[in-house]
Design a protein around this ligand. Structure first.
Ligand code: PHE
Length: 451
C-alpha cells in the first residue's frame, strides 16, 4: 500500500475507476426507472429537464463527490468528519455522511426487490412462457408474479445474497472482474435491441418523437422534480456512493474528465433503453404511463415475438441483474466501509451485517405489491413508493447540494488545487457550477414544486 492510499484497497488504474463508477451509475435506474418515469411524465419535456440536470447539476456534483472522496480516502462518514475538522467548518457538515448512508439503505430497500424481479424474469424467459405471448398475457404474468409474496421475497433475498457475496470480496477482486466484462456486454446487447426495435417495430419514429419532442403542455413542476431526482439516482449522486469509490481513485487522474465520461456512458444507456422500449410500447398498443411494470411487460412481449427471443431474453435479464449488482454494491459501500473502519470487522463480516439490515428494510418494498399493497400514505404511495420518492426526489438532491456547497465554499483551497490539478483549465467554470449553478437549480425546482 503506497502512502496516501485507502485501507479498503485501491482501483488498479483510472480506467478501473471509470468502470466501477459506471458500474454504479448504470443499473436499474437507466433500464427500468428512466423509461417508466419518462413515460409517466409526458416524454420529451421530462427528458430535456433530465438532460439539463445531468450536465449542469450532475457532472459538477459528481466531481465534487470524487474530490471529497479522494481527499479523505475513507468511508464518506469518516471522510466528511475529517474534512470538516481539517477545514474548520461547522461540525454539522458531518451529517452529510450520515444522511447519505441512510439514503443508501432506503434506496437498496426497493432496489433489491426490483432486481429480484429481474432475476425471476431470467427464468420466466428461459421457460419459454412468453413465446408468442400477447400484451394481455405479459401484463397479467407481471401482476401475478409481483402479487406473489413468496416469490418476490425469495428473489429479493437471492439478489441480496449475491450482492453481499461480491461486496465481501472487496473493491478490487469483487468489482473489477464483474464490471470489466459485463458492462460492455450490456452495452452491446442494448445496441442490438435498439436496432431490432428500429427495424421491426414499425413505430420507431413514434418512439423517438415521444422521447424528444417538446410538448410543454405536459410540463409540471412535479415532473421536473422527478426528472431531477432521476438525474441524481442514475448517476449515483448525493448519498456517498461515488465519494466512497473516489476514495479508491489513483491520485493523478483528472476528476472532471472522469466525471464527464461516466455521465456520458450512463446517459447513453438510459436513452438507448428508451429507444428500445417506447417503439415497442406503441407497436403493441401499450400504455407509456404503465409505471414500474413498463420494462417487465414490454420487453418479454417483444422477446416472445423475436426469432431467438427466448435466448436473448435470458441474456438480457442476466445482464440487467449484473448491472443491478454493480450498483447495489455501491449503495452499500459507504456503510460497509464505515463498519469496517469503526467496528474493526473484516470486509466479509461488514458486508454481511450491512446487507442483512438492507434485506430486512427491503421486505417493506417486497410486500408493497402484495400483502401491503393496500397500505398507502401521502396520496397513494406504498412503502416502496415512499422510499423511492423521499430518497430520490428529496434526500439525494439535498445531499448532493450539501456536497457541492462543501466542496465549493468550505474545503481548503490547498486541497481543491491539489485534487483538481488535472483540470486547471476548467477550474473557473467548475467553481461557478458548484458554487452557484447546481445549488440554485436544485433550490428553484424544490421551491417551485413545493411552494
Ligand atoms: N445509479 C444506480 C442506477 O441507476 C442506482 C444508484 C443510486 C446506485 C444511488 C448508487 C447510489 O441503477
Amino acid at each position: 500500500m503506497a502512502s496516501g492510499d485507502s485501507v479498503h484497497g485501491m482501483w488498479s488504474s483510472r480506467l478501473m475507476f471509470i468502470l466501477a463508477a459506471a458500474g454504479s451509475a448504470v443499473g436499474l435506474g437507466n433500464i427500468w426507472r428512466f423509461p417508466y418515469l419518462a413515460g409517466e411524465n409526458g416524454g420529451g419535456v421530462f427528458v430535456v429537464v433530465y438532460l439539463l440536470c445531468i450536465f449542469l447539476v450532475g457532472i459538477p456534483i459528481m466531481s465534487g463527490e470524487i474530490l471529497l472522496g479522494r481527499s479523505g480516502r475513507q468511508s464518506p462518514i469518516s471522510t466528511m468528519r475529517d474534512l470538516t475538522a481539517r477545514s474548520g467548518a461547522h461540525p454539522a457538515w458531518q451529517l452529510v455522511g450520515w444522511m447519505g448512508a441512510l439514503a443508501g439503505f432506503m434506496i437498496i430497500s426497493f432496489y433489491s426487490v426490483i432486481a429480484g424481479w429481474a432475476i425471476s424474469y431470467i427464468f420466466q424467459m428461459g421457460s419459454g412462457a412468453f413465446n408468442g405471448a400477447d400484451a394481455q398475457y405479459a401484463s397479467s404474468a407481471f401482476s401475478a408474479f409481483t402479487g406473489d409474496v413468496v416469490s418476490v421475497v425469495g428473489w429479493h433475498s437471492l439478489f441480496m445474497v449475491l450482492t453481499i457475496f461480491i461486496a465481501a470480496r472487496g473493491v478490487g477482486r469483487g468489482l473489477e472482474v464483474t464490471v470489466k466484462y459485463l458492462m460492455p456486454a450490456l452495452f452491446f446487447l442494448l445496441i442490438t435491441l435498439v436496432v431490432y426495435s428500429a427495424v421491426t417495430s414499425g413505430h420507431f419514429m413514434e418512439g423517438v418523437a415521444f422521447m424528444f419532442s417538446l410538448n410543454f403542455d405536459k410540463f409540471t413542476w412535479a415532473g421536473a422534480l422527478s426528472a431531477m431526482g432521476q438525474a441524481f439516482f442514475t448517476l449515483s449522486l448525493g448519498m456517498g456512493a461515488i465519494m466512497a469509490y473516489g476514495a479508491y481513485m489513483p491520485k493523478s487522474a483528472s476528476i472532471l474528465g472522469t466525471a464527464t465520461t461516466i455521465a456520458l456512458l450512463d446517459t447513453s444507456v438510459a436513452l438507448m433503453s428508451g429507444l428500445v422500449i417506447f417503439p415497442l410500447v406503441f407497436a403493441n398498443g401499450l400504455e407509456s404511463s404503465a409505471g414500474p411494470g413498463l420494462m417487465f411487460i414490454t420487453l418479454p412481449l417483444a422477446f416472445g415475438q423475436m426469432v431467438g427471443g427466448q435466448i436473448f431474453g435470458v441474456v438480457f435479464f442476466v445482464l440487467v441483474t449484473f448491472a443491478a449488482i454493480t450498483s447495489s454494491i455501491s449503495l452499500l459501500e459507504p456503510a460497509v466501509a464505515w463498519v469496517v473502519e469503526k467496528g474493526g470487522f473484516s470486509r466479509a463480516k461488514g458486508a454481511i451485517l450491512v446487507g442483512a439490515l438492507a434485506w430486512f428494510v427491503g421486505l417493506g418494498s417486497a410486500f408493497s405489491t402484495n400483502i401491503w399493497a393496500g397500505f398507502t400514505v401521502l396520496g397513494g404511495l406504498t412503502f416502496f413508493g415512499l422510499m423511492d420518492y423521499v430518497a430520490n426526489n428529496i434526500m439525494l438532491p439535498v445531499g448532493g447540494v450539501l456536497i457541492v456547497l462543501f466542496a465549493g465554499w468550505k474545503l481548503e483551497q490547498k486541497t481543491v488545487d491539489e485534487q483538481m490539478a488535472g483540470d486547471l483549465r476548467f477550474l473557473p467554470v467548475w467553481r461557478v457550477l458548484v458554487r452557484f449553478v447546481a445549488p440554485l437549480a436544485v433550490s428553484v425546482i424544490f421551491v417551485l414544486t413545493f411552494v
